[in-house]
Design a protein. Structure first.
Length: 404
């Protein structure tokens, strides 16, 4: 196990306590040396504050009152946001009813695997809809008062009064090529096998356990090589494995599929990372994962934060490592960067749908604009992002994402 800062170790111990609902293994001497402001910052930037706050409540007497009050105020905001997101999902499920094939992705679907689901922070409502129902679902949502804010080809984002919905056309992170076709076939019955779940008073359709595992893994791989994998992602996987580790679907269906698309190694390392640092279940199939990669992955998670909150070069470097995480890490930085720019052109500049001849001019202008904003200090340096990409890629190459 790698040595981290005292604050990082305390956060991990408190998260372990929250995920497994056991007493934290922290002595009073360590707690008296704790920098609670830094612990709060780490928790916030990894979107795990409710879990950490819940586990640390028993140490309230050791925390300065002004810091505890600041934490408490932050928690109220998080819980308020959770309530808004849950309300938006309830409205959506009522709107879709039984007439549309859909499943909720991540969010409350992930919270269902937590011993205390109320501690899982929520961002927006991600849901998958059968392709034949996308147009009708979009119309219903817009008619209910939402604005069609953005369509990037992979999902449609809707906004209304601080609420955000993301309608996905496919599960996030499906790889390119043959591996993608295998994945699509594996989850083709995701609606047929969906479960009706009740979490904190909200009833909704969620993927079955096996499909939920696929959703979490692909989503985690995508975030790892782009903005970064945060502790909330780690907790989602930890809680899922902890609850389902002994279920038959792992050996019979899920693990063979993960080997087939080249993500088994990543799954094993992620699972062992959760076991080592969050003290969750360690199945036999993951027990032989490389310890040095487990430690390196945990270090990478802590360095980046949720969506790269701790490292502002994260998004830029991610564009050079793998385009949306869907092609592994085998391509060059230049290829990945230009492909990422290309695939976002029509999303950022929808005028190109009507005037495609403007494409080369806008593409060049976009590069020039970035350079000027970088020189003005309003965008991260491409040189710094390139150096960061090299550092991160050395680790990610060892994970062999989507390789045979």
């Amino acid at each position: 196990m790698r040595e981290f800062s005292l604050s990082q170790k305390i956060v991990l111990e408190l998260l372990s306590s929250a995920v497994t609902v056991t007493k934290p293994n922290i002595d009073n001497e360590t707690l008296t040396q704790a920098d609670w402001d830094t612990i709060g910052l780490i928790s916030s930037h990894h979107a795990v504050t409710p879990m950490v706050f819940d586990a640390m409540a028993q140490y309230k007497s050791l925390i300065p009152k002004e810091i505890y009050s600041k934490w408490y105020s932050h928690i109220l905001k998080v819980l308020s946001q959770n309530s808004v997101v849950q309300g938006a999902q309830d409205e959506l499920c009522k709107l879709l009813g039984n007439s549309t094939d859909y499943v909720i992705l991540k969010g409350l679907a992930a919270a269902a695997y937590y011993i205390k689901p109320e501690l899982r922070g929520l961002g927006d409502v991600d849901f998958l809809v059968d392709n034949k129902n996308v147009a009708e679902t979009e119309k219903r949502i817009v008619d209910s008062g939402y604005e069609n804010y953005l369509d990037n080809g992979r999902h449609i984002t809707f906004k209304k009064s601080g609420k955000m919905l993301e309608l996905h056309r496919e599960i996030p992170g499906v790889p390119y090529g043959e591996k993608g076709a295998i994945t699509q076939k594996f989850v083709a019955d995701i609606f047929e096998k969906a479960n009706t779940v009740l979490v904190m008073g909200s009833e909704f359709k969620a993927p079955c356990d096996m499909h939920h595992g696929v959703v979490l893994l692909l989503h985690s791989a995508h975030h790892l090589v782009s903005e970064g994998l945060g502790l909330r992602h780690l907790c989602d996987w930890a809680c899922f494995v902890n609850k389902t580790a002994s279920d038959e679907f792992w050996q019979e269906e899920l693990l063979p599929f993960l080997k087939q698309i080249g993500i088994y190694n990543f799954a094993a390392i992620l699972t062992k990372t959760c076991a080592v640092y969050l003290k969750t279940a360690l199945p036999v199939w993951a027990s032989k994962a490389d310890d040095s990669l487990v430690d390196a992955l945990m270090e990478d998670v802590l360095i980046g934060g949720n969506f790269g909150e701790f490292d502002k070069t994260r998004a830029g470097s991610g564009m050079m490592i793998s385009e949306h995480g869907k092609g592994g890490t085998k391509n060059s930085k230049a290829y990945n960067l230009f492909r990422a720019l290309h695939t976002s052109m029509y999303t950022v500049y929808p005028v190109l749908y009507k005037a495609p001849y403007l494409y080369p001019f806008i593409f060049v202008w976009r590069i020039i604009k970035y350079i000027f904003m970088m020189l003005a200090g309003k965008r991260p340096s491409l040189i710094a992002a390139s150096q960061k990409a090299d550092e991160r890629k050395r680790l990610y190459d060892k994970l062999k994402l989507f390789e045979d």
